[in-house]
Unconditional design. Structure first.
Length: 156
């Protein structure tokens, strides 16, 4: 079907000949269930790296324009339990649903969480799972790390 809730702007510098098959899993908060779709993606070399994961630009070839642009986060540990990704995405989608309810009350500052999904890369050894979010262009400031708050500036 149509667009997944999870797309990277700027340039169309993806090598389509490197396309690979993937299963996209999307969590529906209201239904409390996952839906899965077979898609084709192009994943670039990492553009950033943390202590646990690498971040890659990704294009969903079943989408067009900005809706096709994503960031894929892949664990450096090939033995990472896939359930970690499903739990993270479920949590993010539940948080997004709460943010939508909060915003419906007309607060002075709105809250949002990016839609996320789980991808399983079928053509790679071990068929690894990864987390995927829509790409948003701009400058990024990381306020936390994997263990703690990491920035003393107040952001209110």
């Amino acid at each position: 079907g149509g667009g997944g809730p999870c797309g990277l702007g700027g340039g169309d510098d993806f090598d389509i000949s490197r396309a690979e098959r993937a299963v996209r899993a999307v969590f529906d908060v209201e239904a409390g269930a996952w839906s899965r779709t077979l898609i084709n993606v192009v994943v670039q070399a990492p553009f950033a790296e943390g202590s646990l994961r690498t971040a890659h630009r990704m294009k969903d070839l079943t989408q067009v324009g900005e809706r096709a642009s994503f960031v894929l986060k892949l664990s450096k540990d090939p033995d990472t339990d896939p359930q970690v990704y499903y739990d993270d995405v479920r949590m993010q989608m539940v948080a997004r649903a709460y943010a939508e309810r909060f915003n419906a009350l007309g607060p002075p500052k709105r809250v949002d969480f990016l839609a996320a999904c789980v991808l399983q890369l079928l053509d790679r050894p071990g068929r690894p799972h990864c987390g995927v979010e829509r790409y948003i262009a701009g400058e990024y400031v990381k306020y936390n790390n994997n263990w703690d708050w990491a920035d003393a500036r107040r952001n209110t």
